[in-house]
Design a protein around this ligand. Structure first.
Ligand code: F6R
Length: 274
């Protein structure tokens, strides 16, 4: 099969790496990537992440919606993950996070929003139905991702299968400690989650992974320039056909090939830039 024009330049790198000064600038580039997807597709399907990293991006998207540049009316979304056992209205649930930080502030249709249900009576069935629904919607066009300091994407922790599907997973002690900052105490962080698997994420047509801050620098180095290994789940993205990493200076600080990433970005064809 002939290569699509869009793939040609990107095949020079395992990942397209965009480095910006700070989180605010990362949010601007990421929002342009999402906006491009919304404008190009008639019925776009977005995969969404929570946590602190995409907040700037959601802020920019809300702004673009307010100014009439983009609309989410035709858009379907699938969130990556949710804690098991937290009620949808729980202040720390990802249902609540999404309603407060994004869905409640744009023109998304409620029936097009999908978030794993961590309160379902039959969790295994809910996971299988989630996979089916993604398939029925034609797959994910653009998957937004953050990265854990241990290299997790979604809640796929180190040493899990790199071809896993949406399932119930156990958070690592490291993530429970990291996410303790969102709760009163790390002891309140649920130990179980539902998350799209690495295999599910790898089927998205485009992955957009964002990372900001020193704390992410080791995981970012392993993801982009290390070996592909279950010890750093995000490194599986080296096998993805189209991943864009948007990093701030701190998160990119351990990368060895920064000059090359900048060179590639400088020399992109106008239709490849964001
Ligand atoms: C959240 C998710 C996680 C986070 C990661 C980074 O939906 O899937 O993988 O993206 O834990 O979290 P922050 O951005 O809070 O550092």
């Amino acid at each position: 099969m002939p290569l699509k024009a869009d793939t040609i330049c990107r095949d020079m790198l395992v990942m397209e790496v965009i480095i910006r000064k700070n989180g605010e600038e990362c949010g601007l580039v990421a929002a342009r990537i999402v906006a491009k997807c919304l404008q190009e597709k008639e019925k776009p399907v977005l995969g969404l992440a929570t946590g602190s990293t995409p907040l700037q991006l959601y802020g920019e998207l809300i702004e673009l919606y307010r100014t009439g540049t983009i609309s989410f009316k035709e858009c379907t979304t699938f969130n990556l993950d949710e804690y098991v056992g937290l009620d949808h209205s729980h202040p720390k649930s990802y249902h609540r996070y999404m309603a407060d930080n994004f869905f409640g502030r744009v023109d998304m249709c409620a029936e097009n929003i999908n978030i794993p249900d961590g309160t379902a009576e039959d969790l295994r069935q809910t996971c299988q139905e989630y996979e089916t629904k993604i398939e029925q919607c034609g797959g994910i066009d653009l998957q937004i991702l953050g990265i854990g300091s241990n290299g997790h994407i979604g809640f796929n922790e180190p040493m899990g299968s790199l071809s896993s599907r949406t399932w119930i997973k156990i958070l690592s002690k490291n993530t429970i400690k990291d996410n303790g900052r969102f709760f009163k105490d790390a002891r309140e962080v649920p130990r179980h989650v539902i998350t799209m698997g690495i295999g599910t994420i790898m089927e998205a047509r485009h992955c957009l992974i964002m990372a900001c801050g020193w704390k992410k620098s080791e995981a970012v180095k392993a993801m982009i320039e290390g070996s592909v290994t279950a010890q750093w789940p995000a490194s599986a993205l080296q096998f993805h056909r189209r991943t864009t990493a948007v990093l701030d200076e701190e998160a990119a600080s351990l990368l060895s090939h920064r000059e090359h990433y900048a060179w590639v970005e400088e020399n992109m064809m106008p239709w490849q830039t964001y």
